[in-house]
Structure formats: C-alpha cells, structure tokens
Ligand binder design. Structure first.
Ligand code: 5GP
Ligand code: MN
Length: 315
C-alpha cells in the first residue's frame, strides 16, 4: 500500500505539501507532520497552504518557511493531503497538475482519486492516521514535531475521540504519541480554550437563530456578515459552531450556514450516524464524510435555507 509513496519520497528530494482551504486540525497536523518527517530524511519539502493557520492551531510545530502563495516551480512530487477534491486546495489548483507527480493521501468518503498516486482509506479516522502508518513503514521517528502534529490531527478529527470514527487505532495512535511526549491537556487547552471573548458574543447571536425542524431531527443556525461585523469576529471564530447545534437531544443532523459573500453561503453539516450528510452535501456539489460534510450554495439566506430543508426531506 505504501510502497509507491515510499519510493516517491526516497527517490525524490524536492516536494510540495499542501491541503485544503479553511484548514482544520487534520489538514494542518498532516501537512506539518509530513514536513518534519521529510526533513528528518534530509529532503527539501515546502508547505503551501492558501489560508493562514487559525489561532487555535498556532501552537503546532510548523515549517519556518511555509508559503500562502502557490509557488511557480516544479517538484519531484506534490503531496495533497486530506482533500477529497483537488479544487479544495484553493485558487490555482489546476496549475498543480503540471508541477509534479500528485500524491493524494486522504480519508474522505467522497474522494475523487485525483492523484497520480492515490492512498485513500475511507475507514481511517483521519489523514494523519494513514500518515502514521506510512511513517512507521519508513521507520521515521516520532519526534516532538511529528508527534504533536499527529496527535492533534487524530484528536480533532475524531471530535476529541468522541465521533463514530473513533476506532481502537485512533486511541492507539494517541496513546503512542502521548508516550512520545505529547501532553493531552496542553493540546486540548490550545485547541479548545484559547478563544477571544468576541467568539462568545458571536455564538450568542448565532444561537439566537437556532431552529429545528422535521420533529427536531434537524437543527439549523446561521451567521451573517453583519453579525461578524457587530461582534468584531470572522469565520475563524465559528469553528465548532456546527458541533454545538449537533449536541441537541434528538437532533440527527446539524446544519450551520455561514455567509461568505452577498449571495453565497458555506454550509457545514454534522450528523450522528443516522443521516448521511456527505450524500446531502454532494447534491450541492460538496462532500466530506457521512457524519461531517460541507458545500457552498448561492442565493439569499431564505432561498438557501429552503433548498436545504428540501434536500433533507428526501434524506
Ligand atoms: P467543515 O464543515 O468542517 O468545513 O467540513 C466538514 C468536512 O467536509 C471536512 O472533511 C471537509 O473537508 C469536507 N468539506 C467541507 N466543505 C466541502 C466542500 O465544499 N466540498 C467537499 N468535497 N468537501 C467539503
Ligand atoms: Mn480529515
């Protein structure tokens, strides 16, 4: 399974490593861990991420020279991690196709196998779990830089070891990373307890929009540009909001709607195993996992809400 990728790394020197826009813990932990793993092999990796690192992930050991502008260069291989579709890496994604062999390592249900080499394990808790196996097979040491990134990726993509994808393997990897020196309380504090007060002012406004329908099976809430302006916040502060409204008793799917521009909304869905939100998001051109997915819908808020309610009535 890993042999082609092992060979690609061993035979090459210069690599580009990237992941999706709005990077989450798995995207960042995967990309950063691969950077440090390649460094330990004497390689020359470069990390490109379209977006900045969200404040809650500032503590992750990151490459000192990461770039946010797609470099105009060629590589022995371009590693695209935690992306179901290539366009998720952001503007200029088509250029990447001519920059080198594309290695796609991912765990999304809706992965499109866009790589030259594809390592897609849909049953893996996280992309970092797949990388952990690769590192083991290459005898790469779990130094602090690698271990903190792997731990955080697995921990956050399993919703703090709570979601359906929390497997014995996810626990085993976390255990091994803790044995390698990761402090779970430190990671949890950094990820979940470093919010500015403004985030809670925004949360209050968002919860004010909460509605449920279909006998309480579906919860829905939204954030608008105006709410961001009023509370001095931005999209970074909404991370985790879809999980809040999923916690409601009886809710089987939570839908969080975030305004992106005047007539464009980004949708985040979370489920508890009964509703396949990846399928619902794919009807809008999005995707993800059965229990956590996303898509973008154009229109005004009322139209977007109506389209979503319609999509769920067939779920
Ligand atoms: P989130 O709601 O946290 O942004 O995303 C949940 C999951 O769905 C993540 O695994 C993310 O990669 C995936 N996802 C979010 N938005 C999109 C999208 O527009 N298209 C696809 N294919 N996947 C998405
Ligand atoms: Mn992931």
């Amino acid at each position: 399974m890993f042999s082609k990728i092992r060979k690609t790394i061993n035979d090459g020197k210069k690599f580009l490593i990237t992941s999706h826009i709005d990077p989450d813990g798995d995207a960042l932990g995967s990309v950063f861990s691969l950077f440090w793993a390649m460094k330990s092999l004497g390689k020359d990796p470069l990390v490109y991420l379209k977006d900045q690192v969200p404040y809650r992930y500032d503590f992750l050991p990151r490459p000192p020279d990461m770039v946010h502008q797609l470099p105009q260069d060629v590589y022995d291989a371009v590693f695209v991690l935690d992306c179901g579709s290539l366009f998720r890496i952001g503007d200029g994604y088509e250029q990447v196709k001519s920059m080198g062999t594309i290695v796609c390592i991912d765990h999304h249900e809706t992965n499109e196998a866009f790589g030259t080499i594809n390592l897609v394990e849909r049953s893996a808790s996280s992309t970092a779990e797949i990388l952990y196996g690769l590192y083991k097979s290459m005898k790469i040491a779990f130094t602090e830089n690698v271990a903190v990134n792997i731990y955080t990726a697995v921990f956050t993509d399993t919703g703090s070891l709570r979601y359906d994808n929390t497997s014995p393997k996810a626990f085993a990897i976390c255990k091994e990373m803790v044995e390698a020196g990761v402090r779970p309380s430190y990671v949890a504090q950094m990820v979940y307890e470093t919010h500015p007060k403004e985030r809670y002012l925004l949360l209050g406004e968002v919860l004010g929009t909460l509605q449920t329908f279909d006998n309480g099976r579906i919860s829905m809430a939204h954030v608008t540009d105006e709410m961001f302006r009023r509370t001095g916040t931005n999209r970074e502060h909404t991370d985790g909001f879809s999980e809040y409204i999923r916690e409601i008793r009886g809710v089987e799917a939570a839908v969080f709607i975030r305004q992106v521009s005047e007539r464009r909304y980004k949708i985040s869905m979370r489920a508890k195993g009964k509703v396949d939100v990846a399928r619902i998001c794919s009807t809008f051109g999005g995707g993800g996992h059965k229990n956590a997915s996303g898509c973008t819908i154009d229109g005004d808020l009322k139209e977007v809400e109506a389209q979503l309610k319609k999509a769920f009535s067939f779920a």
